[in-house]
Design a protein around this ligand. Structure first.
Ligand SMILES: Nc1ncnc2c1ncn2[C@@H]1O[C@H](COP(=O)(O)OP(=O)(O)OP(=O)(O)O)[C@@H](O)[C@H]1O
Ligand SMILES: [Mg+2]
Length: 506
């Protein structure tokens, strides 16, 4: 009896719903807008009582601002990973590194998902806004995902299920996303409608910590430092510090500073913002650039010693100040900077840069590494590199035997070889950069085998040793030939060539 009653009730409800839908279809087709609106309002109410399902929409774009919704992107990634097997109509797009296809549900496709015994349905949909009568542009398509579930599961779905979808979707996105290399140094003036001051390409540097020539202990220490940082969100929040860390990489040219930054970005899966300071107009622009950087990124300022001076004269990348220039510039530095602080400054100053690193704005975004590289650490203002700003100082130095072994493994697939012993002896006596070692290990023709490459390196090391010996010898000769400064013959002890007395006026 009970069952028959229930069946009757469902049948009545079903036919009522069908009648409403039929009526609604006729009204939509034939009635004026006012009547349609009136009916729309009341049908929604009636349907609300009879219809046992809840629907949630996830729109691709929010409001007028063309910013993609995070929730939509997370749902898209989640559905593409979890339900694309059951979907029958799929869209294919190129994925990360253009090496694989990513399949997502096609429009109007419907899939089922299960979570803790609850069944939910997802539909991928789109609405097309009508074309404007004033313009020739077609109507805009707005995509959305709709989630449908029975109202008795409201708590499970809106609570733990959606949390699970968003969390998993975000993780999938991070795993699959193409990382980007941003630059501000294109020389291109952004028009006002253009939102970003950064332009980007896909970040594809292949360097990893495995391919980096460095002592294993030092490498491990850096890896652990990075890992600790990336997992320390709660720690930074607890101690009331912005979640960012500064690294100063210093050492001679060709020792792997830029390579290490690429390895770090690959290790952490971060984007890279290569900030060209010489292209930044002033402190305000610098702050705007900072605000536009996203979390999980590395902001890099290469060759900081020649990107900016603290006197007002900035030099282009690649130009380095001579010692004399530096002396003069440093003498002026304090006075000029003090003056600029008071006036409306129109360029990047030291204080602007310090603010960029750890001012109030620097906290927005979170999870960022700021890296400076330099060949001349001693020339940098101590304020710029003090701990707290540049928290970790890493010296990249000449190639050690350990470093050579990494390069030999990468370049020649060799872990050991009889010539290693000779190389170990020579490399201990000579300063050679990993870049030079790498160049010598690189096969120069198809007939170059490992032994030939190693022999070439040995030759280069021997030559470098002879050259160094010759320089030392010349120095000794020069010193023994120098006259004792009794008659004021020479002004500077470090002058390279002897000059007539009359040219030396202090
Ligand atoms: N430690 C290293 N491990 C592996 N390869 C290295 C290392 N150092 C240098 N190289 C090789 O030498 C080339 C130049 O290195 P890199 O550009 O990283 O040097 P740098 O320290 O940034 O130099 P600069 O100070 O001139 O900018 C790289 O392309 C890389 O192949
Ligand atoms: Mg470099």
């Amino acid at each position: 009896m009970e069952a028959i009653k229930m069946a009757e009730m469902w049948a009545t409800m079903g036919s009522t719903l069908a009648s409403i839908m039929f009526l609604w279809a006729i009204i939509r087709q034939y009635c004026p807008v006012e009547v349609r609106r009136f009916f729309e309002k009341y049908t929604h109410r009636v349907m609300g009582y009879l219809y046992p399902y809840i629907r949630i929409s996830f729109h691709e774009f929010l409001g007028e601002r063309l910013r993609r919704s995070e929730a939509y992107s997370a749902v898209e990634a989640y559905l593409s990973a979890n339900t694309s097997k059951s979907a029958k109509r799929l869209k294919a797009e190129m994925g990360k590194d253009c090496s694989n296809l990513v399949l997502t549900m096609n429009e109007y496709e419907r899939v089922t998902d299960e979570f803790e015994g609850v069944t939910v349905w997802w539909v991928s949909s789109k609405v097309v806004s009508p074309a404007s009568s004033m313009s020739n542009y077609p109507g805009q398509e707005k995509r959305l995902y709709k989630l449908k579930f029975h109202k008795k599961y409201r708590e499970v779905v809106t609570g733990s299920y959606l949390e699970h979808v968003i969390r998993e979707g975000k993780e999938i996105r991070i795993r699959n996303r193409q990382r980007k290399l941003y630059t501000n140094g294109t020389g291109y003036k952004w028009p006002s409608y253009k939102h970003s001051m950064w332009s980007h390409i896909v970040f594809e540097h292949p360097a990893t910590f495995d391919t980096l020539a460095m002592e294993p202990e030092k490498k491990q220490e850096i890896i652990e430092d990075l890992l600790t940082f990336s997992k320390s969100k709660d720690f930074y929040a607890r101690i009331g510090k912005a979640w960012k860390r500064g690294y100063l990489l210093y050492g001679p040219p060709g020792t792997g500073k830029s390579t290490m930054i690429a390895a770090m970005a690959n290790f952490l899966g971060y984007d890279v913002y290569d900030l060209e300071l010489t292209a930044v107009k002033d402190n305000t622009e610098l702050r705007k650039l900072l605000i536009e950087t996203t979390s999980k990124s590395i902001i890099v300022i290469e060759d900081i010693d020649c990107s900016l001076d603290f006197t007002g004269k900035r030099k282009k990348k690649g130009e380095k100040f001579s010692d004399d220039e530096n002396e003069k510039l440093n003498a002026e530095a304090g006075r000029k900077e003090a003056k600029e602080e008071g006036s409306s400054s129109n360029k990047v100053t030291l204080s602007g840069l310090l603010n960029f690193i750890d001012g109030i704005w620097s906290a927005s975004g979170g999870e960022r590494l700021i890296m400076f590289t330099t060949n001349y650490v001693e020339k940098l203002d101590p304020a710029l590199i003090r701990r707290g700003r540049m928290d970790k100082h890493i010296q990249l130095s000449y190639c050690s035997f350990e470093g050579f072994k990494v390069l030999a493994k990468n370049y020649l697939k060799l872990e050991t070889h009889p010539l290693f012993h000779t190389i170990q002896t020579l490399i201990g006596e000579i300063k050679i950069t990993p870049a030079d070692v790498a160049e010598n290990l690189m096969p120069k023709s198809t007939v170059d085998d490992a032994e030939k490459c190693l022999s070439r390196l040995i030759e280069a090391l021997k030559e470098a040793k002879e050259a160094e010996a010759a320089i030392i010898e010349a120095e000794k000769l020069k010193q023994s030939a120098s006259p004792v400064k009794e008659d004021g013959g020479f002004c500077d002890g470090d002058r390279e060539t002897a000059e007539p007395e009359n040219q030396c006026q202090r």
